[in-house]
Structure formats: C-alpha cells, structure tokens
Design a protein. Structure first.
Length: 194
C-alpha cells in the first residue's frame, strides 16, 4: 500500500492539467502544496477540484486512503461517500427537521453520513401499505443538524434503484422509527457515472 503522500501525487496525476475548483484552485496549486509538504491542504484542494470535475472511484479511493493515513476521519468518510456516489448516483435535497415542539428529535445529529433514517419516497408494498426506504444522510457544509434547522443534504440509499423515480421538486419525508422527523425537497438527482 502506498503512503498518503504517494497517493496524493498519484491522484493529482489523474486530473487534467486544466481542472479547476469553484474557488479557482488548480492542479498547479495542488502540485505546489505537495512540493511544500502541505498534505492536508493538497487533499482539500483535490476534493474541491473533484467536486466540480468528474473523477473515477479510483481517485476517491486514493483520497480516502490518504485521509485515513493522515487520521482525517471526516475527510476519509467524505471521500468514501463521493466514491459511492460515482457508483450509485447522487441524491441531494433540502431537509428541514421538525422542531422539538412539533414532535421532532430532541437533539442534533452528526452530519457525516452515519445516520441512517427511513424515508417515505412514495413507494408502496405489494399490499398497498406505505414502504419506507433507508438512506444514509450527509449534511452539506455543516458538522451537524439540529431540531428545527434546515440544510442541504446528500442521501445514500440502501437500494438506489428504488429512488430513481424522484426528480427535483419532489417532497419526501424523513422518519426515525414511525413518527415524522423531517421534510425534504429533492434538488438534484444524478445518475451513476460508472
């Protein structure tokens, strides 16, 4: 197994030289960070570039392993998440959690993909009953989400094929056990890129 620094060098070589992140960072900037041994900064810029430039699962696997070796657990989980999206597609939504006074959860949850709530996405069982579907949840741009709060989220369905009918504007509901916990509006559905 390559060390983290070799993995970062290999990952940058998988990008076209003209790849640029939304914030203007370039492949050249990554190479400079690597030359300065600014490994965490290099990883962050690679992630930023890959957020706008299509990359392979191999790229994400390299970054995930580099982050693991550098003990950057949240970055590792994010890279693993993005690799999963390459294989299975992307589901993004704006989620509003019910407040505690509305019967919602009592505390915030970590937004790093470990929560696996149930979702009503409009599917029914063979006998016509509501069928809830499981999807992991990643909160974008925030470490956690609390009662009454709203954030853009990414969902990783246990069975992605059951979610393919959704389109931007559709409303789905989040459940923890049976009670309603939140309401989400789909904002983006992207197919697998493999």
């Amino acid at each position: 197994m390559d060390d983290a620094f070799t993995l970062l060098r290999r990952a940058v070589d998988l990008l076209p030289e003209d790849a640029v992140a939304e914030n203007g960072q370039t492949v050249g900037n990554v190479r400079e960070e690597i030359a300065l041994q600014e490994w965490e900064m290099a990883l962050d810029v690679l992630i930023e570039i890959a957020d706008v430039h299509p990359v392979s699962t191999v790229f994400w696997e390299m970054l995930a392993e580099a982050a693991r070796q550098m003990m950057l657990d949240r970055s590792r989980r994010w890279c693993e998440w993005r690799g999963w999206e390459v294989m299975h597609g992307t589901v993004r939504a704006t989620l509003t959690l019910l407040g505690t006074d509305e019967g919602g959860r009592q505390s915030a949850f970590s937004g790093d993909g470990r929560l696996r709530p149930l979702w009503d996405i409009g599917n029914s069982t063979a006998d016509g009953q509501r069928d809830l579907n499981i999807a992991r949840l990643w909160v974008e741009f925030a470490p956690q989400l609390g009662p009454g709060e709203t954030a853009d989220v990414r969902l990783a369905p246990l069975q992605p094929e059951h979610w393919r009918h959704l389109k931007p504007g559709d409303v789905i509901t989040m459940h923890e056990a049976q009670p309603l916990a939140g309401i989400a509006e789909i904002i983006e559905m992207l197919p697998p890129r493999v």
